[in-house]
Design a protein around this ligand. Sequence first.
Ligand code: FES
Length: 317
Amino acid sequence: MSPRGPRSKDARRDADTSGKASLTDEATSVTKDKVDRSEAAEKVPTGTRAEVHAEPGHQHHFTSHFADSGGVDFTGDQETAITEETREELRQIAARYPQARSALLPMLHLVQSVEGRVTPAGIEACAEILEISPAQVSGVATFYTMYKRKPMGKHHVGVCTTALCAVMGGDQILSDLQDHLGVGNDETTEDGQITLEHLECNAACDFAPVMMVNWEFFDNMTPDSAKDLVDRLQADEEVTSTRGARICSWRDAERVLAGFPDGRADEGPTSGPASQLGLTIAQEQGWQAPTPTEQDGAGQEGADADQAGAKAGQEDK
Ligand code: FES
């Protein structure tokens, strides 16, 4: 039984007859709890996301550390593909916003489209154009998961492993793809074609389990369809998402996210049948949303009732 669960009959009887016994029982429970947590700490392998440390004096603290999660690497080879043309495009993005620094997110996407990741040179270019510090740019670049600090493969393949997709097969798909491609999470295949990453919910739960390639949806996936998909990507075959859009490279997709359209925005529907089911049923049944006039009337009646109540309250005083 859990040390936090109901105590045994004997313990309850002892507690009824002796306060001392009750305290002893609680002390045993607390001690066992500490032991259990110490054992749990030993079971968590190092290098994983979190470890629980039990220290002398029974002080526990939680340490979170992510392998490879350091900031942007400012050491080593700093060769950059950023040109004056890139800088001009960065300036164009900045000019779209009333406050230039609001442009930082799409500017970082443009850096990724040119560099294949967020680089120190990219950070410094953004900082210079926006007249903010490299540390401020770096703080944003290292906060959001769509900004990558390691060189990416030609394609970014994401597998949703949040609750619904996970139980519908997402965990199995990720595991099978890792075996199939010979990579771990957030790693790139030897041929440089695919970077595999587990993703949090893509807001497409009605198509679970869901995958994304360069941010295009692949709905209702299975381990077999997932392996077939990555095989075709590795072979440079033309691939279309299950919603119709042709798949470009991750860098090309990053350029679109920076605000430079590739002309494919209208390829395929933006929502699928599962998302539209409620609308379809409503149309079949002839259901209608309340007209604005009716809504306004209901709102006014409510406001009138509130006012009447407030007035009555004043009069009571
Ligand atoms: S849980 Fe996977 S898309 Fe929502």
